[in-house]
Ligand binder design. Structure first.
Ligand SMILES: C[S@@+](CC[C@H](N)C(=O)[O-])C[C@H]1O[C@@H](n2cnc3c(N)ncnc32)[C@H](O)[C@@H]1O
Length: 224
């Protein structure tokens, strides 16, 4: 059975282009995954469709109210689904988490806005909290998009060539090697000779050496 993802956000239109384009758009069209985007304001109860209010205890900004989010999650959730809140104070999102999520049947991704969401939503309804990096976005819709994009690549059939996953950064704990394409000579810059040699063993050796070099330079923590 394929994966279904429900996204709950105050900005559903932010995902329009993202879900229609490129590899993800094709994966959805082919039925490898289904993504439903919901406007949280549809669950607001007052005539102004209010989704936020001032924080108890004072302080700057606004906080997303519990009622619309509780109603939305209670409506879209299914038994055994994973309810995820995107938040900068969540667990760092990694390739391993993306792979694990791709094997689920139903995900609910909650995007916050303003100063965040009422803590009672997190306490009662959220199974997992994920951060896409040590910076703060204005809302979680792009974070949800990042999670969807990264996990979709692990769903069989989404990437045309399954083997393009095997050589990638983070798949092997090493960053990727440099890639070149035609022309072999461009503005005085040549493609490394070995790649034109046709000697596959030598090419593999060269690529592995470049992976080690790059990882040592940029992400030595991955080698530990
Ligand atoms: C302005 S942020 C709230 C930040 C919150 N006051 C804090 O300092 O942790 C608004 C929303 O953007 C989303 N967001 C911001 N940065 C994020 C990140 N690095 N990863 C995932 N979601 C993020 C969350 O959904 C959050 O509720």
């Amino acid at each position: 059975m394929s994966l279904t993802i429900d996204v709950l956000t105050l900005f559903p239109r932010m995902l329009d282009g993202f879900l229609a384009e490129s590899i993800l758009g094709k994966g959805i069209a082919a039925g490898h995954l289904a993504v439903k985007v919901h406007d949280l304001r549809n669950w607001a109860v007052d005539k102004h469709r209010t989704a936020d209010d001032r924080p108890f205890g004072g302080g700057a900004g606004m906080v997303m109210k519990p009622e619309p989010v509780f109603s939305a999650i209670e409506q879209v959730q299914t038994p055994g689904c994973r309810r995820i809140y995107l938040t900068p104070d969540g667990t760092p999102f990694t390739s391993a988490i993306a792979r694990e999520l791709s094997q689920q049947q139903h995900l609910v991704l909650l995007s916050g806005h303003y100063e965040g969401i009422d803590q009672r939503i997190r306490d009662r309804l959220i199974d997992q909290e994920l951060s896409i990096g040590d910076y703060v976005l204005t809302n979680g819709t792009l974070a949800a998009a990042v999670v969807i994009d990264a996990l979709a690549r692990f769903i069989p059939g989404v990437l045309g060539e399954e083997k393009s996953l095997t050589h990638e950064s983070f798949t092997s704990k090493l960053l990727d090697f440099p890639q070149y394409t035609r022309p072999a000579e461009f503005r005085g810059m040549s493609v490394p000779e070995v790649l034109l040699s046709g000697n596959h063993a030598e090419i593999e050796k060269w690529r592995y050496a470049r992976q080690l070099e790059k990882t040592r330079q940029v992400r030595p923590d991955l080698l530990k």
